[in-house]
Design a protein around this ligand. Structure first.
Ligand code: SAJ
Length: 425
Protein backbone atom coordinates (compact mmCIF):
# COMPACT_ATOMS: atom_id res chain seq x y z
CA UNK A 1 0.00 0.00 0.00
CA UNK A 2 2.76 2.46 0.82
CA UNK A 3 5.42 2.36 -1.89
CA UNK A 4 4.92 5.68 -3.65
CA UNK A 5 1.28 6.18 -2.63
CA UNK A 6 0.44 9.79 -1.82
CA UNK A 7 -1.96 10.48 1.05
CA UNK A 8 -3.69 13.85 1.04
CA UNK A 9 -5.15 14.83 4.42
CA UNK A 10 -7.79 17.55 4.07
CA UNK A 11 -8.06 19.40 7.37
CA UNK A 12 -5.08 19.45 9.74
CA UNK A 13 -6.84 19.61 13.10
CA UNK A 14 -6.98 17.28 16.10
CA UNK A 15 -7.98 14.45 13.71
CA UNK A 16 -6.13 15.17 10.47
CA UNK A 17 -2.78 16.29 11.85
CA UNK A 18 -2.01 13.15 13.89
CA UNK A 19 -3.09 10.98 10.95
CA UNK A 20 -0.84 12.93 8.57
CA UNK A 21 2.14 12.52 10.92
CA UNK A 22 1.42 8.82 11.34
CA UNK A 23 1.08 8.20 7.58
CA UNK A 24 4.42 9.91 7.04
CA UNK A 25 6.03 7.82 9.77
CA UNK A 26 4.61 4.71 8.10
CA UNK A 27 6.23 5.54 4.77
CA UNK A 28 3.55 7.35 2.81
CA UNK A 29 4.20 10.56 0.93
CA UNK A 30 1.87 13.00 2.72
CA UNK A 31 0.31 16.20 1.49
CA UNK A 32 -1.41 18.16 4.25
CA UNK A 33 -4.11 20.54 3.00
CA UNK A 34 -5.60 23.26 5.16
CA UNK A 35 -7.11 26.65 4.41
CA UNK A 36 -5.59 28.10 7.60
CA UNK A 37 -2.21 29.47 6.53
CA UNK A 38 -1.15 30.22 10.12
CA UNK A 39 -1.67 26.58 10.99
CA UNK A 40 0.39 25.56 7.94
CA UNK A 41 3.26 27.80 9.07
CA UNK A 42 3.23 26.22 12.54
CA UNK A 43 3.31 22.72 11.03
CA UNK A 44 6.19 23.69 8.73
CA UNK A 45 8.06 24.84 11.85
CA UNK A 46 7.66 21.29 13.19
CA UNK A 47 5.23 22.31 15.94
CA UNK A 48 3.04 19.74 17.66
CA UNK A 49 -0.03 21.81 16.89
CA UNK A 50 -2.44 19.49 18.72
CA UNK A 51 -0.11 19.03 21.77
CA UNK A 52 -0.56 15.25 21.71
CA UNK A 53 2.37 13.68 23.56
CA UNK A 54 2.48 10.49 21.49
CA UNK A 55 3.32 12.56 18.37
CA UNK A 56 6.60 13.80 19.86
CA UNK A 57 8.53 10.72 18.73
CA UNK A 58 7.19 10.89 15.16
CA UNK A 59 7.33 14.64 14.54
CA UNK A 60 11.08 15.03 13.96
CA UNK A 61 10.94 12.49 11.11
CA UNK A 62 7.54 13.53 9.74
CA UNK A 63 7.59 14.93 6.23
CA UNK A 64 4.27 16.60 5.50
CA UNK A 65 4.10 18.72 2.40
CA UNK A 66 1.66 21.36 3.57
CA UNK A 67 -0.39 23.37 1.14
CA UNK A 68 -3.44 25.60 0.82
CA UNK A 69 -3.39 25.18 -2.94
CA UNK A 70 -5.95 22.62 -4.16
CA UNK A 71 -3.91 22.00 -7.31
CA UNK A 72 -1.26 20.30 -5.15
CA UNK A 73 -3.82 17.59 -4.44
CA UNK A 74 -3.76 16.31 -8.00
CA UNK A 75 -1.11 13.69 -7.26
CA UNK A 76 -3.13 12.19 -4.40
CA UNK A 77 -3.96 8.47 -4.35
CA UNK A 78 -5.77 8.49 -0.99
CA UNK A 79 -7.74 11.50 0.29
CA UNK A 80 -8.77 11.69 3.94
CA UNK A 81 -11.36 14.38 4.68
CA UNK A 82 -11.09 15.38 8.35
CA UNK A 83 -12.91 18.69 8.58
CA UNK A 84 -15.28 19.94 11.31
CA UNK A 85 -18.94 18.93 11.35
CA UNK A 86 -20.38 21.36 13.92
CA UNK A 87 -23.95 22.50 14.57
CA UNK A 88 -25.19 26.07 14.24
CA UNK A 89 -26.73 28.12 17.09
CA UNK A 90 -30.05 26.35 16.51
CA UNK A 91 -28.30 22.99 16.79
CA UNK A 92 -28.75 22.27 13.07
CA UNK A 93 -25.95 20.23 11.46
CA UNK A 94 -23.50 22.38 9.51
CA UNK A 95 -22.10 20.36 6.58
CA UNK A 96 -20.52 23.35 4.86
CA UNK A 97 -16.96 22.16 5.59
CA UNK A 98 -17.68 18.66 4.26
CA UNK A 99 -19.24 20.14 1.12
CA UNK A 100 -16.36 22.52 0.47
CA UNK A 101 -13.72 19.85 1.14
CA UNK A 102 -15.53 17.39 -1.15
CA UNK A 103 -15.76 20.01 -3.89
CA UNK A 104 -12.05 20.80 -3.57
CA UNK A 105 -11.12 17.13 -3.84
CA UNK A 106 -13.63 16.41 -6.63
CA UNK A 107 -12.02 19.10 -8.75
CA UNK A 108 -8.50 17.75 -8.19
CA UNK A 109 -8.79 14.01 -7.89
CA UNK A 110 -7.26 11.61 -10.37
CA UNK A 111 -8.72 8.34 -11.68
CA UNK A 112 -8.42 5.39 -9.35
CA UNK A 113 -8.07 7.46 -6.18
CA UNK A 114 -9.79 6.71 -2.89
CA UNK A 115 -11.72 9.27 -0.80
CA UNK A 116 -12.25 8.55 2.90
CA UNK A 117 -14.46 10.79 5.04
CA UNK A 118 -13.34 10.68 8.70
CA UNK A 119 -15.47 13.57 9.95
CA UNK A 120 -18.41 12.56 12.12
CA UNK A 121 -21.57 12.52 9.98
CA UNK A 122 -25.02 11.01 10.15
CA UNK A 123 -26.14 8.06 8.03
CA UNK A 124 -26.84 9.30 4.51
CA UNK A 125 -24.32 12.15 4.28
CA UNK A 126 -21.90 10.18 2.09
CA UNK A 127 -24.72 9.02 -0.18
CA UNK A 128 -26.74 12.25 -0.35
CA UNK A 129 -24.08 14.96 -0.05
CA UNK A 130 -20.58 13.62 -0.81
CA UNK A 131 -21.34 11.16 -3.63
CA UNK A 132 -23.33 13.64 -5.80
CA UNK A 133 -20.50 16.18 -5.59
CA UNK A 134 -18.08 13.67 -7.12
CA UNK A 135 -20.60 12.40 -9.67
CA UNK A 136 -21.36 15.98 -10.74
CA UNK A 137 -17.62 16.41 -11.31
CA UNK A 138 -17.83 13.47 -13.72
CA UNK A 139 -16.47 10.70 -11.52
CA UNK A 140 -18.15 7.27 -11.48
CA UNK A 141 -18.09 5.95 -7.93
CA UNK A 142 -16.76 2.41 -7.76
CA UNK A 143 -15.05 2.72 -11.12
CA UNK A 144 -13.18 6.01 -11.52
CA UNK A 145 -12.88 6.71 -7.82
CA UNK A 146 -13.94 5.12 -4.53
CA UNK A 147 -15.65 6.68 -1.51
CA UNK A 148 -15.52 5.29 2.05
CA UNK A 149 -16.26 6.40 5.59
CA UNK A 150 -14.03 5.70 8.57
CA UNK A 151 -15.31 7.76 11.51
CA UNK A 152 -12.63 9.39 13.64
CA UNK A 153 -12.39 8.30 17.27
CA UNK A 154 -9.85 10.75 18.62
CA UNK A 155 -10.16 11.61 22.29
CA UNK A 156 -8.19 14.84 22.66
CA UNK A 157 -5.63 14.73 25.45
CA UNK A 158 -6.05 10.99 26.07
CA UNK A 159 -2.69 9.65 27.34
CA UNK A 160 -3.49 6.07 26.28
CA UNK A 161 -5.74 6.00 23.22
CA UNK A 162 -4.66 7.65 19.99
CA UNK A 163 -4.78 7.30 16.21
CA UNK A 164 -2.24 4.45 16.33
CA UNK A 165 -4.05 2.09 18.69
CA UNK A 166 -7.76 2.96 18.50
CA UNK A 167 -9.77 0.33 16.59
CA UNK A 168 -11.73 1.66 13.63
CA UNK A 169 -14.79 0.77 11.54
CA UNK A 170 -14.90 1.20 7.78
CA UNK A 171 -17.77 1.29 5.27
CA UNK A 172 -17.81 1.90 1.54
CA UNK A 173 -20.15 2.02 -1.45
CA UNK A 174 -18.53 -1.00 -3.03
CA UNK A 175 -16.26 -3.96 -2.29
CA UNK A 176 -13.24 -2.50 -4.07
CA UNK A 177 -13.54 0.72 -2.09
CA UNK A 178 -13.90 -1.27 1.11
CA UNK A 179 -10.82 -3.40 0.45
CA UNK A 180 -8.71 -0.38 -0.50
CA UNK A 181 -9.77 1.40 2.68
CA UNK A 182 -9.17 -1.64 4.89
CA UNK A 183 -5.74 -1.98 3.32
CA UNK A 184 -4.90 1.66 4.00
CA UNK A 185 -5.93 1.66 7.67
CA UNK A 186 -4.36 -1.74 8.30
CA UNK A 187 -1.09 -0.27 7.00
CA UNK A 188 -1.09 2.59 9.52
CA UNK A 189 -3.22 1.61 12.54
CA UNK A 190 -2.10 -1.07 15.03
CA UNK A 191 -5.64 -2.09 16.02
CA UNK A 192 -8.68 -3.89 14.65
CA UNK A 193 -10.15 -2.36 11.51
CA UNK A 194 -13.71 -3.69 11.22
CA UNK A 195 -15.44 -3.76 7.81
CA UNK A 196 -19.10 -2.70 8.04
CA UNK A 197 -21.73 -4.02 5.65
CA UNK A 198 -22.37 -0.55 4.24
CA UNK A 199 -21.20 3.02 4.39
CA UNK A 200 -24.44 3.82 6.22
CA UNK A 201 -23.51 1.42 9.01
CA UNK A 202 -20.12 3.10 9.39
CA UNK A 203 -21.78 6.53 9.62
CA UNK A 204 -24.29 5.21 12.16
CA UNK A 205 -21.61 3.59 14.35
CA UNK A 206 -19.90 6.82 15.42
CA UNK A 207 -23.15 8.71 15.93
CA UNK A 208 -24.38 5.86 18.11
CA UNK A 209 -21.18 5.79 20.18
CA UNK A 210 -21.43 9.47 21.04
CA UNK A 211 -25.20 9.50 21.52
CA UNK A 212 -24.71 6.60 23.94
CA UNK A 213 -22.33 8.80 25.93
CA UNK A 214 -24.64 11.82 25.84
CA UNK A 215 -27.71 9.92 27.11
CA UNK A 216 -25.72 8.26 29.88
CA UNK A 217 -24.40 11.60 31.05
CA UNK A 218 -27.94 12.98 30.90
CA UNK A 219 -29.12 10.08 33.04
CA UNK A 220 -26.70 10.91 35.88
CA UNK A 221 -27.35 14.63 35.49
CA UNK A 222 -31.06 14.03 36.03
CA UNK A 223 -30.26 11.80 39.00
CA UNK A 224 -28.05 14.60 40.37
CA UNK A 225 -31.01 16.97 40.38
CA UNK A 226 -33.36 14.55 42.13
CA UNK A 227 -30.71 13.34 44.59
CA UNK A 228 -29.92 16.95 45.46
CA UNK A 229 -33.53 17.24 46.63
CA UNK A 230 -33.22 13.98 48.57
CA UNK A 231 -29.87 14.97 50.12
CA UNK A 232 -28.18 11.93 48.56
CA UNK A 233 -24.62 12.20 47.18
CA UNK A 234 -25.05 10.89 43.62
CA UNK A 235 -21.28 10.53 43.12
CA UNK A 236 -21.06 8.09 46.00
CA UNK A 237 -24.09 6.23 44.64
CA UNK A 238 -22.46 5.94 41.19
CA UNK A 239 -19.28 4.72 42.84
CA UNK A 240 -21.41 2.17 44.69
CA UNK A 241 -23.12 1.05 41.49
CA UNK A 242 -19.74 0.77 39.79
CA UNK A 243 -18.76 -2.02 42.18
CA UNK A 244 -21.07 -4.17 40.07
CA UNK A 245 -18.54 -5.83 37.72
CA UNK A 246 -20.94 -6.21 34.80
CA UNK A 247 -23.75 -4.37 33.02
CA UNK A 248 -22.95 -0.98 34.53
CA UNK A 249 -20.84 1.83 33.06
CA UNK A 250 -20.17 4.86 35.26
CA UNK A 251 -20.78 8.36 33.93
CA UNK A 252 -20.54 11.47 36.03
CA UNK A 253 -22.82 14.50 36.55
CA UNK A 254 -21.36 17.92 35.89
CA UNK A 255 -22.11 21.56 35.08
CA UNK A 256 -22.61 20.57 31.45
CA UNK A 257 -21.49 18.65 28.38
CA UNK A 258 -19.07 20.42 26.05
CA UNK A 259 -16.75 19.63 23.19
CA UNK A 260 -17.14 19.17 19.47
CA UNK A 261 -18.45 15.59 19.68
CA UNK A 262 -20.81 14.61 22.47
CA UNK A 263 -23.15 17.63 22.55
CA UNK A 264 -23.14 17.84 18.75
CA UNK A 265 -23.34 14.38 17.23
CA UNK A 266 -26.82 13.43 18.51
CA UNK A 267 -28.30 16.40 16.63
CA UNK A 268 -27.05 14.89 13.35
CA UNK A 269 -29.10 11.78 14.03
CA UNK A 270 -32.11 13.73 15.37
CA UNK A 271 -32.28 15.89 12.24
CA UNK A 272 -31.75 12.99 9.83
CA UNK A 273 -34.50 10.93 11.45
CA UNK A 274 -36.81 13.95 11.34
CA UNK A 275 -36.53 13.92 7.54
CA UNK A 276 -38.01 10.42 7.75
CA UNK A 277 -40.73 11.53 10.16
CA UNK A 278 -39.12 9.82 13.13
CA UNK A 279 -38.72 11.76 16.37
CA UNK A 280 -35.74 10.77 18.52
CA UNK A 281 -37.55 11.84 21.69
CA UNK A 282 -35.04 10.15 24.00
CA UNK A 283 -32.02 11.80 22.36
CA UNK A 284 -33.78 15.17 22.44
CA UNK A 285 -34.65 14.87 26.11
CA UNK A 286 -31.08 13.87 26.93
CA UNK A 287 -29.76 16.89 25.04
CA UNK A 288 -32.21 19.13 26.90
CA UNK A 289 -31.12 17.75 30.28
CA UNK A 290 -27.41 18.23 29.50
CA UNK A 291 -28.07 21.70 28.09
CA UNK A 292 -29.87 22.59 31.35
CA UNK A 293 -26.84 21.93 33.57
CA UNK A 294 -25.14 25.35 33.26
CA UNK A 295 -28.34 27.04 34.49
CA UNK A 296 -28.69 24.43 37.23
CA UNK A 297 -25.15 25.28 38.34
CA UNK A 298 -25.97 29.01 38.47
CA UNK A 299 -29.13 28.25 40.47
CA UNK A 300 -27.05 26.30 43.00
CA UNK A 301 -24.79 29.36 43.25
CA UNK A 302 -27.81 31.62 43.71
CA UNK A 303 -29.08 29.46 46.62
CA UNK A 304 -25.64 29.55 48.24
CA UNK A 305 -25.29 33.34 47.84
CA UNK A 306 -28.73 33.75 49.42
CA UNK A 307 -27.43 31.87 52.47
CA UNK A 308 -24.69 34.49 52.91
CA UNK A 309 -27.07 37.27 51.99
CA UNK A 310 -25.19 38.25 48.86
CA UNK A 311 -26.88 39.16 45.62
CA UNK A 312 -25.38 38.39 42.20
CA UNK A 313 -25.23 42.07 41.31
CA UNK A 314 -21.62 43.31 41.49
CA UNK A 315 -20.49 40.18 43.31
CA UNK A 316 -17.09 38.89 42.13
CA UNK A 317 -17.50 35.23 41.15
CA UNK A 318 -14.38 33.19 40.40
CA UNK A 319 -14.67 30.82 37.43
CA UNK A 320 -12.00 28.13 37.63
CA UNK A 321 -11.75 26.69 34.13
CA UNK A 322 -13.36 27.72 30.87
CA UNK A 323 -12.42 24.84 28.53
CA UNK A 324 -14.82 21.95 27.98
CA UNK A 325 -12.75 19.27 29.69
CA UNK A 326 -9.68 18.78 31.86
CA UNK A 327 -6.24 19.14 30.32
CA UNK A 328 -7.32 20.84 27.10
CA UNK A 329 -7.80 24.49 26.10
CA UNK A 330 -10.72 23.84 23.73
CA UNK A 331 -13.78 26.03 24.39
CA UNK A 332 -16.15 24.49 21.86
CA UNK A 333 -19.65 24.14 23.38
CA UNK A 334 -18.01 24.57 26.79
CA UNK A 335 -20.62 24.80 29.60
CA UNK A 336 -18.37 27.37 31.33
CA UNK A 337 -19.16 29.84 28.53
CA UNK A 338 -22.89 29.43 29.24
CA UNK A 339 -22.33 29.83 33.00
CA UNK A 340 -20.39 33.06 32.42
CA UNK A 341 -23.14 34.37 30.15
CA UNK A 342 -25.79 33.58 32.77
CA UNK A 343 -23.74 35.30 35.50
CA UNK A 344 -23.33 38.42 33.35
CA UNK A 345 -27.10 38.46 32.74
CA UNK A 346 -27.43 38.59 36.53
CA UNK A 347 -24.87 41.43 36.70
CA UNK A 348 -22.36 39.36 38.64
CA UNK A 349 -18.68 40.00 37.90
CA UNK A 350 -16.95 36.82 36.63
CA UNK A 351 -13.22 36.53 37.27
CA UNK A 352 -11.99 33.77 34.93
CA UNK A 353 -8.83 31.70 35.10
CA UNK A 354 -7.97 28.73 32.91
CA UNK A 355 -4.28 27.72 32.63
CA UNK A 356 -5.04 26.04 29.29
CA UNK A 357 -6.83 29.07 27.86
CA UNK A 358 -4.82 32.07 29.13
CA UNK A 359 -6.21 34.23 26.35
CA UNK A 360 -9.71 33.75 27.77
CA UNK A 361 -8.65 34.36 31.38
CA UNK A 362 -9.21 37.81 32.85
CA UNK A 363 -7.13 37.25 35.97
CA UNK A 364 -3.48 36.30 36.15
CA UNK A 365 -3.62 33.11 38.18
CA UNK A 366 -5.46 31.14 40.87
CA UNK A 367 -4.11 33.33 43.67
CA UNK A 368 -5.30 36.47 41.92
CA UNK A 369 -8.74 34.95 41.42
CA UNK A 370 -9.07 33.82 45.06
CA UNK A 371 -8.02 37.24 46.35
CA UNK A 372 -10.66 39.02 44.29
CA UNK A 373 -13.64 36.71 44.78
CA UNK A 374 -16.06 35.69 47.49
CA UNK A 375 -17.53 32.73 45.63
CA UNK A 376 -15.98 30.27 43.20
CA UNK A 377 -17.41 27.98 40.51
CA UNK A 378 -15.22 25.11 39.32
CA UNK A 379 -16.25 24.68 35.68
CA UNK A 380 -13.37 22.46 34.45
CA UNK A 381 -11.56 19.78 36.45
CA UNK A 382 -8.03 20.74 35.41
CA UNK A 383 -5.48 18.99 37.61
CA UNK A 384 -4.13 22.41 38.66
CA UNK A 385 -7.42 23.08 40.46
CA UNK A 386 -7.50 19.70 42.14
CA UNK A 387 -4.19 20.61 43.76
CA UNK A 388 -5.52 23.76 45.50
CA UNK A 389 -5.37 23.00 49.23
CA UNK A 390 -8.85 23.60 50.77
CA UNK A 391 -7.17 25.86 53.37
CA UNK A 392 -6.24 28.24 50.56
CA UNK A 393 -9.92 28.95 49.88
CA UNK A 394 -10.38 29.66 53.61
CA UNK A 395 -7.32 31.95 53.79
CA UNK A 396 -8.76 33.96 50.93
CA UNK A 397 -12.11 34.22 52.67
CA UNK A 398 -13.95 32.29 49.96
CA UNK A 399 -17.44 31.73 51.37
CA UNK A 400 -19.03 29.61 48.59
CA UNK A 401 -17.71 26.90 46.27
CA UNK A 402 -19.88 25.40 43.53
CA UNK A 403 -17.99 22.36 42.29
CA UNK A 404 -19.25 21.96 38.71
CA UNK A 405 -17.10 18.90 38.13
CA UNK A 406 -17.40 17.32 41.60
CA UNK A 407 -13.62 17.27 41.71
CA UNK A 408 -12.78 18.96 45.05
CA UNK A 409 -12.67 17.50 48.57
CA UNK A 410 -16.23 18.17 49.71
CA UNK A 411 -15.79 17.04 53.33
CA UNK A 412 -12.58 19.06 53.93
CA UNK A 413 -14.09 22.20 52.43
CA UNK A 414 -17.24 21.87 54.51
CA UNK A 415 -15.16 21.34 57.68
CA UNK A 416 -13.55 24.72 57.02
CA UNK A 417 -16.98 26.32 57.19
CA UNK A 418 -17.20 27.07 53.47
CA UNK A 419 -20.56 26.47 51.74
CA UNK A 420 -19.85 23.63 49.29
CA UNK A 421 -22.26 22.43 46.62
CA UNK A 422 -21.44 19.94 43.94
CA UNK A 423 -23.64 18.69 41.12
CA UNK A 424 -25.67 16.05 42.90
CA UNK A 425 -23.50 16.15 46.03
N1 SAJ B 1 -18.69 14.67 30.65
C1 SAJ B 1 -19.56 14.59 31.72
N2 SAJ B 1 -19.73 13.39 32.34
C2 SAJ B 1 -19.06 12.27 31.92
C3 SAJ B 1 -18.19 12.37 30.83
C4 SAJ B 1 -18.01 13.58 30.21
O1 SAJ B 1 -20.18 15.57 32.12
O2 SAJ B 1 -19.24 11.22 32.54
C5 SAJ B 1 -18.55 15.95 29.96
C6 SAJ B 1 -17.12 16.44 29.92
O3 SAJ B 1 -16.84 17.26 31.03
C7 SAJ B 1 -17.10 17.24 28.62
C8 SAJ B 1 -18.09 16.51 27.73
O4 SAJ B 1 -18.92 15.74 28.60
O5 SAJ B 1 -17.57 18.56 28.83
C9 SAJ B 1 -17.44 15.59 26.72
O6 SAJ B 1 -16.52 14.81 27.42
P1 SAJ B 1 -15.76 13.58 26.71
O7 SAJ B 1 -14.94 12.92 27.75
O8 SAJ B 1 -16.74 12.75 25.98
O9 SAJ B 1 -14.75 14.31 25.76
P2 SAJ B 1 -14.73 14.51 24.21
O10 SAJ B 1 -15.74 15.47 23.76
O11 SAJ B 1 -13.31 14.81 23.88
O12 SAJ B 1 -15.16 13.09 23.64
C10 SAJ B 1 -14.24 12.27 22.99
C11 SAJ B 1 -15.11 11.55 22.02
N3 SAJ B 1 -14.32 10.95 21.00
C12 SAJ B 1 -14.81 10.94 19.76
O13 SAJ B 1 -15.85 11.46 19.45
C13 SAJ B 1 -14.00 10.24 18.76
C14 SAJ B 1 -15.93 10.48 22.70
O14 SAJ B 1 -16.43 9.55 21.72
C15 SAJ B 1 -15.15 9.70 23.69
O15 SAJ B 1 -16.04 8.79 24.35
C16 SAJ B 1 -14.56 10.64 24.71
O16 SAJ B 1 -13.62 11.45 23.97
C17 SAJ B 1 -13.88 9.88 25.82
O17 SAJ B 1 -14.23 8.71 26.04
O18 SAJ B 1 -13.10 10.52 26.51
Amino acid sequence: MKNNQKVCVIGLGYVGFPLAVLCSAKGYKVIGFDTNKKKIKRIDRGENIVSEKFLEEFLPKAKIRTTANPKDLREGDIFVIAVPTPVDEKYYPDLSYIISASETVARNIKKGALVIVESTINPGVCDEIVRPIFEKAGHKIGEDIFISHCPERINPGDPKWNVINIPRVVGSFDETGLQKTLGFYRSVVDAEIMPMKSIFEAEATKIMENSFRDINIAFVNELAKSFDLMGIDVVNVIRGAATKPFAFMAHWPSCGVGGHCIPVDPYYLIEKAKELDFDHKFLRVARAINNSMPLYTVELLQDALNRIERAFKNTAIGILGISYKAGVGDLRESPALKIIELLKEREAVPHIFDPYAPEKSNVENIEDLLEKCEAVVVATDHREFLKIPPEKFKENNIKVIIDGKNCLDKEKIKELGIIYKGIGR
